[in-house]
Design a protein around this ligand. Structure first.
Ligand SMILES: [Zn+2]
Length: 337
């Protein structure tokens, strides 16, 4: 009888791994009746389980125990080696050429790509192009750019999202049955809980925690939830800074970080910097590119640029605007001075 009770309790604890439980709950769940010898035995067993390291008192003296979850060891050798995933590159709308740096980036399962951009510097346009090129992965999109709460309290696609979908006239957004080739989720926080595993998850944008250093744990949670998928997350960035808000904390968990800044005075021009790359097949970190965004979503005139040697990238020589780079700080070919 007691043997069976002990087995039953252990079985229950197994099912409750990682959760908090009380002695009362244990009795209820294992259907131990008050007044029976088993009733008191449960209390005794709970002490034994603490000694065995199966459960741990909360430390608040409130009768709550944490059921310890044992990490399983992972086999290292003899596993099937998985090839890098592909994430199709966005293309220049006019030349149809893929963005020049993309093929240098090695994509792996659970990678989180971070797009850190100054406001109106084309963060969403880049996301939309990644989305449009990767519909075969049935991507998931979430965040304020994609949906909002309507007057009736129901979630709906944001008008800006609809406009962008319509602007991308080269993409088939639905399959033959009219079924959407992506999934729109009304999610504006706790992203990690909503990320769909083994898919491309695009979050535009990630609300930053009040404490900026916590961005690391937000990214970490998303990465863990990807479970074989890929994440693309957008965050805000201050102008000219070399990382998104959250500073160095954004870099710990970003496998790729792309920075977007305005370029010169033209509000449709974007300066893209390949900032962080954890794995690449040729030197690409620190390279810069510019392009124009047409109709809010088309990437055109994409090209690499180089720091202007006349003004050292400042756009100004003393108090006079640099003529060589037209005050942008960058020129189309290296070493022209
Ligand atoms: Zn210059």
């Amino acid at each position: 009888m007691t043997e069976r009770l002990s087995d039953k309790l252990r079985q229950f604890l197994k099912s409750a791994e990682g959760r908090e439980i009380t002695t009362r709950q244990v009795r209820e769940e294992t259907r131990v009746q008050p007044g029976t010898p088993a009733w008191e035995a449960v209390r005794v067993y709970m002490h034994r389980f603490v000694a065995e390291g199966l459960i741990k008192p909360s430390g608040r003296n409130d009768g709550v125990f944490k059921v310890i979850k044992r990490a399983k060891s992972i086999q290292v050798f003899g596993r099937e080696k998985r090839p890098p995933l592909t994430l199709n590159p966005p293309r220049d709308y006019e030349t149809k050429e893929p963005l020049g740096f993309w093929d240098a980036l090695v994509v792996r399962e659970n990678d989180l790509w971070v797009i850190a951009g100054y406001k109106n510097a084309g963060k969403t346009a880049l996301c939309m192009n990644i989305l449009g090129e990767n519909l075969d992965m049935k991507p998931v999109v979430m965040g304020n750019e994609f949906s909002l709460m309507g007057e009736d309290g129901e979630h709906e696609p944001s008008p800006r999202f609809i406009n962008r979908l319509e602007g991308m006239d080269w993409v088939e957004w639905t399959n033959g049955n009219g079924e959407e080739r992506f999934e729109l989720l009304p999610v504006y926080d706790d992203y990690a809980e909503q990320v769909k595993p083994a898919r491309l998850n695009i979050i535009d944008w990630i609300n930053l925690p009040t404490e900026l250093w916590m961005i690391g744990s937000v990214f970490e949670g998303i990465k863990r939830a990807l479970r074989g998928g890929i994440g693309v997350g957008v965050i805000q960035k201050n102008i000219g800074r070399d990382s998104g808000r959250g500073g160095a904390f954004t870099k710990d968990f970003a496998d790729v970080e792309l920075l977007l800044d305005p370029y010169g005075d033209d509000k449709d021009m974007v300066l893209l910097t390949v900032e962080t790359v954890k794995e690449c097949n040729r030197a690409i970190m620190g390279k810069r590119y510019v392009y124009r965004i047409k109709d809010g979503v088309k990437i055109v005139d994409f090209r690499e640029v180089f720091r202007c040697g006349h003004c050292f990238g400042k756009g100004w020589r003393g108090t006079t605007p640099c003529k060589e780079c037209n005050r942008t700080g960058y020129v189309d070919s290296p070493g022209v001075w």
